[in-house]
Design a protein around this ligand. Structure first.
Ligand SMILES: [Zn+2]
Length: 255
């Protein structure tokens, strides 16, 4: 490792705020103070925060970071935005074109978490946040029918354009999952880039590093290392190593 990341770090958060374990079984909600600590650590260490525009223009400085949030929870306005504003940190939020004003009903374990409605999305845009596309209703794009692919890409993009007055340029796959048909559908729908989670495959499956409420500042710093994707791949392929790694570096306590 030469310590230089060849492309920007893209962080994938979901939501900001305090939730109990039964309310948030997937640890999606990162408390405000934790988000503040994580992002301010990067800034203090000289990382350059990117907007989606500067990210898409390419050739960013070596240690640069794009901060993204999936699903478009209503809590972004009350809990997320104040932290981003205080740090002057640009961010991209991926919302579901078919579920604006709805809830997280695709997760039977937590179906009632409110999502931004159209006015909430416009409020984020007015605050300088990039609002982009996470599909229509959070159904997976893997092995999807042509109709489902069209609904999740073209129709979802149109719905967001109607709300914001601007075509979305970036797509984030629900569950980070994609296949060749999905990548083609996203490209043909006019998106300039698509983000996955860990499974990388060119411009239409750009990987991101997931951050959850189980992350401590130590695991967060580990995840921002250029060697982290390779390290995760190794530990991901040897299941016993992952719990060992976690017990070594600790998990954040939660209520
Ligand atoms: Zn999602």
């Amino acid at each position: 490792m030469n310590g230089r990341r060849s492309r920007p770090l893209v962080l994938m958060y979901h939501a900001v705020g305090e939730r109990s374990a039964p309310e948030d079984p997937f640890s999606l909600f990162v408390p405000q103070d934790r988000l503040y600590e994580q992002l301010s650590t990067l800034l203090a260490r000289g990382w350059t925060p990117l907007t989606l525009d500067t990210y898409l223009q390419g050739v960013p400085p070596p240690r640069s970071v794009l901060v993204t949030f999936d699903d478009g929870y209503q809590a972004m306005l009350e809990e997320g935005l104040p932290v981003l504003r205080e740090l002057q940190m640009p961010a991209t939020v991926f919302v579901l074109g078919g579920l604006l004003g709805g809830t997280s009903r695709w997760m039977p374990e937590m179906p009632d978490e409110p999502l931004l409605d159209a006015e909430g999305v416009r409020e984020l845009v007015r605050a300088g946040v990039d609002v982009e596309c996470h599909g229509w209703d959070h159904s997976t794009l893997v092995k999807a029918s042509p109709e489902a692919l069209a609904r999740n890409t073209t129709q979802a993009a149109r719905a967001l354009t109607d709300v914001t007055g601007r075509r979305p340029r970036a797509f984030a796959y629900p569950y980070g999952e994609h296949d060749a048909e999905a990548r083609r559908a996203v490209a043909e729908a006019g998106f300039e880039i698509a983000f996955s989670t860990y499974h990388a495959d060119g411009r239409y499956a750009t990987p991101r590093v997931a951050v959850s409420s189980t992350d401590t500042i130590v695991t967060f710093r580990l995840k921002s290392l250029p060697s982290y994707p390779a390290m995760r791949q190794v530990t991901g392929h040897v299941p016993k190593l992952r719990p060992a790694l976690h017990s070594l570096i600790g998990r954040a306590p939660r209520s």
